[in-house]
Design a protein around this ligand. Sequence first.
Ligand code: ZN
Length: 87
Amino acid sequence: MFIKLLILIIAAVVVYRAVKSRLGGQPHQKVRSTGAKPLQADDVMIQDPQCGIYFARRQGVVLQQDGREVYFCSDACKEKYLAKQQK
Ligand SMILES: [Zn+2]
């Protein structure tokens, strides 16, 4: 009877330590993931004036026009936009 209780206590301690070490391991991964490069202004979502979809500015195609920058989701949209401007 006493031995059964002792085994139960040891088992409980082993499980407790396993859970504790597993929980203790998580903050390390969080620190690593937040160690990535900080959020940049280029990540802002903007709208394509040609097709109207929203995309991350850094993934877009930029067109310099009259001293300002116009962003497009693809080269195809940029070409269409330019063709429309020239009409
Ligand atoms: Zn587009």
